[in-house]
Design a protein around this ligand. Sequence first.
Ligand SMILES: *Cc1c(COP(=O)(O)O)cnc(C)c1O
Length: 395
Amino acid sequence: MKSPVYLDDHATTRVDPRVLEAMLPYFTEKFGNAASRGHAFGWVADKAVERAREQVAAAIGAQAAEVVFTSGATESDNLAIKGALEAYTQRGDHVVTVTTEHKAVLDTCQHLERTGRARVTYVAPRPDGLVDLDAVAAAIEPRTVLVAVMAANNEVGVLQPLEDLGALCRSREVLFFTDAAQAAGKVPIDVEAQRIDLLALSGHKVYGPKGVGALFVRRRAPRVRLGAQQHGGGHERGMRSGTLDVPGIVGLGVALDLARREQAEEALRVARLRDRLWAGLKARVPGVRLNGHAERRLPGNLNVTFRGVQGEALMNAARDVAVSSGAACSSADNEPSHVLRALGLPDEEVVGSIRFGLGRFTTEEEVDFAVDHVARGVERLREVSGAAADYHEGR
Ligand SMILES: *Cc1c(COP(=O)(O)O)cnc(C)c1O
């Protein structure tokens, strides 16, 4: 086993070797531009893109023509929300979302508010992270265009009730958008059964490459319109101009195809490893608590609070285990986790929280290594702070 051990699959995942292998020819001999309609180089690239479109569609129960390729889930989130507001100005100007959404959704909403293009209602989740259907229903107004609720949370892994939300939105005739960057390929998704109108996903969260993603845009019942956010050439049915990243798109397609085939079996295996991690931590570390709903969560997610410990200090003390801390979970901004705060954790517990992300390449050996290192790290930190005895009594 090599260390450090990677347990941060919500941040990004390793590219599956089968994905990489499928991509490679599209950098070299099959380098054509998919928009070159006049020669074989273009046709080969276009054929590969259309095959990937079918693979992405199949993974979410959609039609190929409903898939728009983008640079990732951030762009897909922006396109879905800004594009819908732009296309449906007649219908309204209001968005309903949840305080635990990804920053790609929340920052987009805040930008639209600041520029006077939308009004936004931010619904708070329950303490277990699940969104209350009645709260969402109550937030919908006559001028609501769109409800944006993520499929799986990137910090606490909580799975939102997509089918109920979809049924609610359909009955109220508002669009239902879900950011499924963490959920796609990890849990079953069916845009028909779940009545999803717009869905964002990303390659690098599902063992595909970084910098490529997709937006599902429903074509029938209802036919969803979007204002393009990037102009220049009319690629992707005019919704997203720009030369397509053919190798990346091929990788995204294969990644989702593999996930679709292997998801059920993989979810069981990954959940077993996650449960082993949680059992190990509970056995070794007093004063540890789970964040988010215990069952309705991603198979590979474990988010815990170690009372009396700073997550950053713990990451330093257990440096051979790569995880994320609640002190700076959402990547670039280095702010304490808005998700854990929204679940009602006080700041001292937010900064004592650690997110573990397990996945396709995680081994039992790595889990045991992580339990041991983290347990010893917590112990050391509590000894230094003189708090160790408190937690041994109170467990
Ligand atoms: C990672 C992630 C994103 C951003 O995806 P990129 O492809 O990195 O832009 C958006 N939403 C969620 C839930 C994510 O986990």
